[in-house]
Design a protein around this ligand. Structure first.
Ligand code: KIV
Ligand code: ZN
Length: 512
């Protein structure tokens, strides 16, 4: 007999809390569509009460996604819970996820509340949420570092109030697999009404054990929901990675004996979409989705794999979507093939006019680059000419001159609120000169904390994808730009980061 493991994806909420990973509403919807194609059971779409932007994102996703349960996080108070319920109104299946910290450290230093006050607030919040929706998840934040007797008291009470899922976060990534697994087991054994709920694990990766801890929570503790993010995105060292936990349970079904609803063939596409959208590049040796995950360099390994794949491979690359991501389109591809690929990538453009604009950009790119990969298509649909998102700064054109022994000079034309400006600057290199030319006009004063260039696909013909991370007045944002010319890609990334710095609204932190 096997039972089902529920996959709860929190890329759009906990993942987005990663500094610089903030996403626009449209980007979130696009990722949510991919998560739906992946057949994720629950999508945590955001934290509705944290900002108007988050409210609108949760609402948009709740109104658009039909096959997954849509969840909003909320602190344990009536205002947050009502906002979450309001944002979720259009969902086919809605869940409110409410939380309050229960560890001595968090209660005393952060909340400045007594354990009895926390107990009452937890109970009353779950009761309030259950009057609004039938599916209520409760998380004792920093649960793993909480006093077990107190935790049992709180969890028993919230289950009695009607919580349907109990999630036990290892908020700071302090757990060790065996200990975390036993912790969940103890809670389930000691709480008299524990059989009324689904038990869930939520592990952070500070010691690199988020996946191992989650799996121990499932195997030893009997949890039947795992909270995770695509590429392990998340605050600090991130969250439990969806692709790793899913492939572990699938590959080692002999050990876990659990069913999954996930359609794993879409894993790679969503991993790439999240990486491109946030600018968080996936390391080449990352399990399942890294560029080298199925590459065999040594002669002995290559020979073995050619003779029998399973000599060195425990999973099939195509099962996670690798073969579906071969070269797709080129210069001679027509509009229909392009449109079909967009659909396969989960990209829904608003109108035929938008498809035409995207197709025109595609043709332009195909003139400069013979093979167009999925990543190229995803990059171009984010382009302003396709999204119609009017941003303060827009790229127009760039020219630069660099010669051995001479200081490079760049001239950039860009728009500021629709008006073209031209600036010229010298720099240490062409990229430096271009960004200095932008900064001459913009005077943002932002500090660049990261600049990285990544080849979208593996050759010199590839588009360069540049990520620029800027920091200003405590805000951190990532801008991503792509172009076959990396100087142009850098300028686009810089302008995109400036736009985000301007637009990012203040929001309440989930663990603040
Ligand atoms: O890590 C954590 O404790 C959380 C909660 C808000 C569930 O993300
Ligand atoms: Zn978390």
């Amino acid at each position: 007999m096997s039972d089902k493991l529920i996959i709860f994806d929190t890329t759009l909420r906990d993942g987005e809390q990663s500094p610089g990973a903030s996403m626009t509403k449209d980007e979130k919807l696009r990722i949510a569509r991919q998560l739906e194609r992946l057949k994720v059971d629950v999508i945590e779409a955001g934290f509705a009460a944290s900002s108007n932007g988050d409210f609108e994102s949760v609402q948009l996703i709740a109104n658009s996604i039909k096959d997954s349960t849509i969840c909003s996080l909320s602190r344990a108070n009536d205002r947050d819970i009502s906002r979450a319920a309001e944002a979720l109104k259009g969902a086919n299946s809605a869940r409110i996820h409410t939380f309050i910290a229960t560890s001595p450290l968090h209660m005393e230093k952060k909340l400045r509340m007594t354990p009895d006050q926390v107990f009452e607030q937890a109970k009353q919040s779950v009761r309030f949420a259950r009057n609004l929706v039938s599916d209520v998840e409760f998380s004792p934040e920093d649960g793993y570092r909480s006093d077990v007797d107190f935790l049992c008291r709180v969890l028993e009470a919230v289950i009695a109030e009607g919580a349907t899922t109990i999630n036990v976060p290892d908020t700071v990534g302090y757990a060790i697999p065996e200990l975390y697994g036993n912790f969940i087991k103890t809670l389930r054994e000691r709480i008299p009404n524990s059989d009324k709920v689904i038990w869930s694990v939520h592990c952070h990766n500070d010691l690199g054990m988020a996946v191992a801890n989650s799996l121990a929570g499932v195997k030893i503790g009997g949890a039947r929901q795992v909270e995770c993010t695509i590429n392990g995105l998340g605050e600090r060292a991130g969250n439990c990675s969806l692709e790793e936990v899913v492939m572990a349970v699938k590959t080692r079904r002999d050990y876990f004996n659990l069913d999954l609803g996930i359609d794993t063939q879409h894993i790679l596409a969503v991993s790439r979409m999240v990486s491109q959208t946030t600018g968080f590049v996936v390391q080449p040796n990352k399990a399942v989705v890294g560029a080298n995950a199925f590459a065999h360099a040594s002669g002995i390994h290559q020979d073995g794999v050619l003779k029998a794949r399973d000599t060195y491979e425990i999973m099939r690359a195509q099962d996670v979507g690798w073969s579906a991501n071969k070269i797709v389109l080129g210069k001679l591809s027509g509009r229909n093939a392009f449109k079909k690929r967009l659909q396969e990538l989960g990209v829904q453009l608003e109108s035929e006019g938008d498809v035409n604009a995207a197709f025109a950009r595609f043709k332009e790119l195909a003139d400069r680059k013979s093979d167009i990969f999925d990543e190229d298509i995803l990059a171009l649909v984010g382009d302003e000419s396709v999204t119609h998102i009017t941003e303060q700064y827009g790229y127009v054109s760039l020219s630069q001159r660099s010669e051995t022994g001479e200081r490079p000079v760049a001239t950039i034309v860009f728009t500021v609120d629709g008006k073209e400006v031209t600036e010229t600057s010298e720099g240490n290199g062409p990229v430096d000169a271009s960004l200095k030319a932008i900064e001459m006009h913009v005077k943002s004063g932002a500090e660049m904390v990261l600049y990285s260039v990544n080849a979208i696909s593996g050759s010199t013909e590839s588009q360069g994808e540049v990520t620029v991370r800027l920091q200003n007045s405590g805000r951190v944002v990532n801008g991503v730009g792509s172009d076959p010319d990396i100087v142009v890609a850098s300028a686009k990334a810089y302008l995109s980061a400036l736009n985000k710095l301007l637009s990012k609204s203040d929001r309440v932190a989930a663990q603040g």
